[in-house]
Design a protein around this ligand. Structure first.
Ligand code: ADP
Length: 264
């Protein structure tokens, strides 16, 4: 990669054909990582060449969700990412011993992300998905710097109270001059109680509200790409490393995620 001091990130080069999506959320626990790995698996199943970067450095969960236990190897100074379900995957969790926590300050995060993008051998990717940490901190800023062409995918729940937080995560795009690819509502209702009565566990309307409000703040049409229902099998698939989109693509949540993947 020459002698230049700044590492070369292939996805940031002019003429790069790789579409890059940074999956963001306001709050944690809304299903951002689950959505990321399922969208990635759905795209790989469509025959695309897909890479996944677990940019949630402190809260990494992608290796478990994709069932990756292999560690990266080194070939000619490049890091070879493990593969799972037909895609290349990198996570800080593959470099830490056991389940050790990552205790780093901001500049270290930036270095790690830079290495994930420049020193990993990705080959020719059609799509790169990044699972960002929740919120608008160091990693979101680093990614905007390292990958200015990355488009944001905002994951939120239907809950109106979660809406303002998700809107802030999307409004980052204004400052970083990034595009917003759309909003995904996850954990949409209903679930049913013992009497068969429908309950909107996390309320309703949040996804559309976030899309509408981001349309207003950015002055560009932001659409709600889809609603992914609550499904215990989506959670189980995450725990067992087998994404629901592969295990049961016809299920409500599986089909919704395939639909969204097809729009990206
Ligand atoms: P985040 O990345 O936003 O912190 P996760 O993807 O880790 O969120 O999801 C949080 C929890 O909710 C996990 O246990 C996950 O398995 C579960 N989960 C996510 N989406 C759904 C869904 N649609 N239905 C059921 N459980 C879900």
């Amino acid at each position: 990669r020459g002698d230049s001091a700044e590492p070369v990130i292939p996805f940031a080069q002019p003429g790069s054909l790789t579409r890059v999506y940074a999956v963001a959320s306001g709050k944690g626990g809304v299903g951002k990582s689950s959505v990321t790995v399922n969208l990635a698996a759905a795209m790989a199943a469509q025959g695309l060449s897909v890479g996944v970067v677990d940019a949630d450095i402190y809260g990494f969960s992608v290796p478990r969700m994709l069932g990756v236990t292999a560690r990266p190897t080194q070939v000619e100074g490049m890091i070879m990412p493990p593969r799972a379900h037909g895609m290349a995957v990198i996570s800080i969790g593959m470099f830490t011993p056991g389940n050790a926590p990552v205790v780093w300050r901001g500049p270290m995060l930036h270095r790690a992300l830079q290495q994930f993008l420049a020193d990993v051998y990705w080959g020719d990717l059609d799509v790169l998905l990044l699972d960002l940490p929740p919120g608008t901190g160091d990693v979101a800023i680093s990614i905007a710097q390292l990958l200015p062409s990355a488009e944001l995918l905002i994951v939120t729940t239907p809950q109106m109270a979660a809406r303002e937080v998700a809107e802030r995560a999307g409004a980052v795009a204004l400052q970083t001059h990034q595009q917003i690819a759309g909003v995904i509502e996850n954990m949409s209702g209903p679930v049913y109680d013992a009497n068969g009565k429908a309950i909107e566990l996390f309320g309703s309307g949040g996804g559309q509200a976030v899309a509408d409000s981001l349309t207003e703040t950015t002055g560009t049409r932001v659409q709600l790409l889809g609603q992914v229902p609550i499904d215990v099998r989506l959670r189980e698939g995450g725990d067992s490393g087998k994404p629901l989109v592969l295990d049961d693509p016809q299920s409500g949540a599986g089909a919704a995620l395939h639909d969204i993947a097809a729009k990206l």
